[in-house]
Design a binder for this molecule. Structure first.
Ligand code: VTB
Length: 313
């Protein structure tokens, strides 16, 4: 896995560079298409046998990087990958913050194979890992975090996506005294922030995309944090898709080990616009680009911030 790390950074860098010209152009479909194409092209040049376990929808819905797609040169290490070519198609289109390209990988058979649908999520850093539970009342999880991090509940910061589906949770968090950081989009960035010691976010809660959830789980695993989830099928078709993938009771809590069963996992993200964690792509006067990526390795639990200067082409 370690040998694939730099290749994975190149994959997310290539996708981010492809999306860069589309910042602020109002065309989220095209931003997604170019990032996906670049990611797929690079993945197919890598010496590996990879299978997309969760990604851009299913084969009939998405032309590329769909669930079940085989990638790589078909030789060498066999891995599962979870992709979100652009966690932030709408942020890229609108020119707003927190858009990044993302990929996560783990040895074959160790990543959750799930449909692309909504997922309820919870993430915390190392201190409260294994202590919190997605089924506990919010008050209990806040107390656990407050004790584990030796801070008052008034000083616990919870990141949650600014959506009406979260209004009850937001109200409850405020009533309990926690600080609520509302963000527009891009929940991978905010969930992994819980495991970065210098970041003020202590807890991430909310319902968002399942691919983003599986990718976040890999990031939290790499950082020694915790991530728990429950799939939230909205229709009978979505429920049937869960069953077809072997998830008979989709609402059963998925603990970190159920989502990522190996610590030999990798995560790479490259910022397109400025994000909560790393800077977006910068261009010099001639148009040469500098990218910033977060590279995580579960085996060493090391976090690297990679700044790359790309030559003009
Ligand atoms: C979620 C979240 C993503 O879009 O999927 C969200 O996981 C979609 O939420 O990170 P809505 O359906 O309410 O728009 C992102 O924020 C960005 O892709």
């Amino acid at each position: 896995m370690k040998q694939l790390m730099l290749d994975f950074v190149s994959v997310t860098e290539a996708a981010a560079i492809a999306a860069y010209p589309l910042i602020g152009r109002g065309d989220k479909m095209n931003a997604d298409a170019v990032a996906t194409k670049a990611m797929r092209m690079h993945l197919n040049q890598m010496s590996m046998k990879a299978n997309v376990v969760i990604g851009e929808g299913e084969m009939d819905e998405a032309p590329m990087l769909y669930i079940g797609e085989e990638l790589g040169l078909g030789e060498g290490i066999e891995i599962d990958i979870a992709v979100d070519p652009l966690d932030g198609t709408s942020m890229t289109a609108k020119g707003t913050r927190d858009a990044m390209t993302v990929i996560a990988a783990s040895p074959k058979g160790t990543l959750l194979h799930a449909p692309d649908m909504y997922m309820q999520k919870l993430a915390v850093g190392r201190e409260a890992a294994g202590e919190v539970h997605i089924d506990y009342p919010i008050s209990k999880n806040l107390e656990i975090i407050s004790r584990a991090k030796d801070k008052r509940i008034e000083d616990v910061t919870v990141a949650i996506q600014d959506r009406s589906r979260h209004s009850e949770t937001i109200r409850e968090l405020r009533e309990l005294g926690a600080k609520v950081l509302l963000f527009g989009d891009g929940d991978i960035c905010y969930s992994l922030a819980t495991a970065i010691a210098s970041d003020p976010i202590d807890l991430f809660l909310g319902t968002g995309g399942a691919p983003e959830g599986v990718i976040s789980a890999v990031a939290l695993k790499c950082l020694g944090g915790d991530f728990q989830a429950k799939l939230v099928p909205q229709t009978t078709q979505e429920r049937a898709r869960c069953e077809a993938m072997g998830l008979k009771n989709p609402e059963t809590p998925l603990l970190l080990q159920d989502i990522v069963a190996s610590s030999n996992c990798l995560f790479s993200a490259t910022a397109v616009t400025n994000t909560h964690l790393i800077d977006g792509i910068k261009s010099d006067i001639q148009g040469a680009l500098t990218t910033h990526s977060l590279l995580l390795n579960g085996e060493t639990q090391k976090m690297q911030v990679v700044e790359s200067c790309h030559p003009l082409v």
